[in-house]
Design a protein around this ligand. Structure first.
Ligand code: 5GP
Ligand code: MN
Ligand code: MN
Length: 326
């Protein structure tokens, strides 16, 4: 059970001297905030710590400020055989991208792999698995672990946890009363909530507005899809995204999803010509994780995603088809 796994994770980390922490590819604030919160705590205890992720090469600009101790290293500097590996907010080995092979190499060498996550689909790919699908963010799982370890939650650690929490709960829309109490605790620890949230979700370069005008102008409402519940979809091409950060592209789905005629929203984001990262969202009736899993991805009931190859029309057709089956 969760308490036993939490104790096992704490036991591994309490005696470790060298720990490698991995966030999922295209890390969001929950993945990187969780990794850095735990990383900062271990670093303070004298542990050799490195934090990394499989792709892209750049650290998202909005998250760089969380790394106050310089723990982030390029993927190329992650040891081939880490002694202790921690995977954060990754629902499967595949979500670690090019660094996924470190899971097998660590286990084969007799090392521990600690999985800290909140995806219901997580198979438990570590030697210790703290996977709580009722946690609104992996950052909450990390905070619980830090409490078991007896770590003092100072402002830099609290800020990392808060960043993950405010992002994955969409500004506490999806947060229960316990989670609001956690937020209060983090603010009491010194977090400037507005200063953390603003760059993460309320600040974009001016070019964002023109990109939106173009992308939203081409959005389509398909009322018949999802068994008549409706699908709204939009496509962000490399041309649309030119000169903008990944953060701007990621935020498009939060606008698309507001179309009240549609239960489901889909945004196709062009990664490379003919390769798309797809974001799926639902309001209440459709489990988009099931849809994403049919198409090779995963996620949560109301937010999921997958990667697909081919023309955009073909990817959209596959979504419509999968929605009809789910
Ligand atoms: P987003 O749309 O914000 O990129 O992702 C929403 C959620 O869907 C994430 O929290 C993650 O769990 C899941 N997700 C997104 N893309 C993928 C993917 O390519 N594969 C899998 N397995 N899950 C994904
Ligand atoms: Mn995530
Ligand atoms: Mn998460």
């Amino acid at each position: 059970d969760l308490t036993a796994e939490l104790a096992a994770a704490a036991a591994v980390l309490a005696t470790a001297t060298d720990v490698t922490l991995l966030a999922h590819v295209n890390p969001d604030a929950d993945a990187l905030g969780s990794a850095l919160a735990l990383g900062l705590a271990l670093h303070r205890r004298g542990v050799v710590v490195r934090v990394s992720f499989g792709a892209p090469a750049e650290v998202p600009e909005t998250l760089r400020g969380l790394d106050v101790a310089g723990l982030l290293v390029p993927a190329g500097e992650v040891p081939a055989v880490p002694s202790v590996l921690v995977a954060l907010d990754a629902g499967s080995v595949g979500r670690l991208g090019a660094l996924g092979d470190r899971v097998a190499s660590t286990i084969e060498a007799g090392g521990q792999v600690v999985v800290l996550d909140h995806h219901v689909s997580n198979p438990g790919f570590g030697t210790v698995n703290v996977v709580d699908d009722r946690a609104e963010a992996t950052a909450l799982v990390v905070l619980r672990l830090l409490d078991v370890l007896g770590v003092e939650i100072d402002e830099p650690i609290a800020r990392c946890v808060y960043a993950g929490l405010v992002t994955d709960t969409r500004s506490f829309r999806h947060a229960g009363s316990d989670t609001h109490r956690v937020a209060a605790r983090l603010i009491d620890a010194g977090v400037d909530a507005e200063a953390v949230a603003r760059p993460l979700m309320d600040s974009h370069p001016f070019g964002y507005l023109n990109m939106l005008a173009s992308v939203l102008g081409r959005a389509v409402l398909d009322r018949e899809a999802a068994n008549g519940l409706g699908l709204v979809h939009a496509v962000v091409t490399l041309e649309d995204a030119k000169g903008l950060r990944p953060e701007e592209v990621e935020s498009v789905v939060d606008l698309i999803r507001t179309a009240q005629e549609a239960e489901v929203a889909a945004v196709l984001k062009e990664l490379r010509p003919s390769t798309w990262s797809v974001s799926l969202r639902s309001v209440s009736a459709v489990d988009v994780r099931e849809v994403a899993q049919l198409l090779g991805g995963g996620g949560h009931r109301r937010a999921a995603g997958f990667t697909a190859k081919g023309p955009a029309e073909q990817v959209l057709a596959s979504i419509v088809e999968a929605l009809g089956r789910s």
